[in-house]
Write a protein that binds this ligand. Structure first.
Ligand code: NAD
Length: 294
């Protein structure tokens, strides 16, 4: 590391709290080193209170860009100069680019593009497809909007009646008014409607986190008849690598059962590309960070 750092090194930050557990610094720094890029990536504990100062710091110090995580993904919106179409529709930012290092800050969201690319890398094209999606929190909203922007025919969102149900309503309104995609929202408690929707879909995406601790022994599909040989099942969870849903999908012959590892890697790779203009060496990073999960 030390031999790579010089007076010319460009800094990329990660601002969130808590953040010390994040894999992103390792992911980005290892990728810079592998490609011989004169960049460094550092995490900063920043909450909403410190956010305006931190964003001004990005401008004033010429920090090349930043990743942004909770609790700042929405609070940062009014502090930026420009938003990508996806970030504007999602209403959240996870990547900031300081254009030419000159202080004009553009906000992007790469969670949705990461998910769509993860599917594409598995040979799954979302274009013109009917897709059932459970979950309308941070991950679900980014995915729903990106599916619409990238040409899905229909997105049917199922959510429990908690405060995220309103997110689903807002996403559906935006998808229907701003994209060609037909979108609808449904109560996840209506199991019959949920299973019928999956029966009419080629892809089912679970963005709820059910299947991850503390719900690691649960899944939203419990009828084997829902799983078909032409159904792709994608769970955004990557730890555990195989959720109960994915195990069930495999056991009952789904076309594909895909975990969230690819989404995680590709949202990072998309941010890396925005910050450096270079392609992240994804396979190298996957081996380095997740050798045990493959
Ligand atoms: P969130 O809290 O913003 O949203 C959670 C969603 O799940 C909401 O729609 C909520 O209504 C729903 N939900 C919660 N409990 C439920 C239950 N018991 N049954 C049905 N629905 C339920 O969370 P988030 O940030 O969107 O994260 C969701 C999951 O996605 C987490 O497991 C997270 O680790 C994962 N994630 C993965 C990636 C990746 O890159 N692979 C990225 C972001 C998030």
């Amino acid at each position: 590391m030390a031999e790579r750092l010089s007076g010319h090194t460009l800094l990329v930050s990660l601002i969130a709290t808590p953040i010390r557990h994040s894999l992103s610094p390792k992911m980005h720094n290892e990728a810079y080193a592998k490609l011989g890029l004169n960049y460094a990536y550092l995490a900063f504990e920043v909450g909403n209170k410190e956010l305006p100062g931190a964003v001004q710091g990005i401008r004033d110090l010429g920090i090349r860009g930043s990743n942004v995580s909770m609790p700042n993904k929405q609070a940062i919106l009014p502090l930026l100069d420009e938003l990508s179409p996806a970030a504007e529709l999602v209403g959240a930012v996870n990547t900031v680019v300081n254009k030419d290092g000159k202080g004009h800050l553009v906000g992007h969201i790469t969670d949705g593009t990461g998910a769509v690319r993860a599917l594409a890398e598995e040979g799954v094209d979302i274009k013109d497809q009917i897709i059932t999606l459970s979950g309308a929190g941070g991950a679900g909203t980014a995915i729903a909007i990106q599916l619409g922007l990238d040409g899905a025919k229909e997105v049917r969102i199922f959510n429990i009646k908690d405060n995220c149900f309103d997110n689903a309503l807002a996403s559906v309104e935006k998808l229907n008014s701003r994209t060609e995609c037909k979108a609808s929202v449904h109560d996840l408690a209506d199991t019959e409607a949920f299973y019928k929707s999956i029966a009419e879909s080629s892809i089912y995406i679970d963005a709820t986190g059910v299947g991850m601790k503390p719900l690691e022994d649960q899944k939203l599909i419990n009828d084997p008849a829902v799983i078909r040989p032409d159904l792709v099942v994608f769970d955004v969870v990557y730890s555990p690598a195989e959720t109960e849903l994915l195990k069930f999908a495999k056991e009952h012959g789904a076309k594909k059962a895909i975990n969230g590892l690819g989404m995680m890697l590709y949202q990072g790779a998309e941010a890396f590309k925005l910050h450096t203009g270079e392609d992240m060496p994804v396979e190298y990073i996957k081996d380095l960070l997740f050798a045990d999960d493959k």
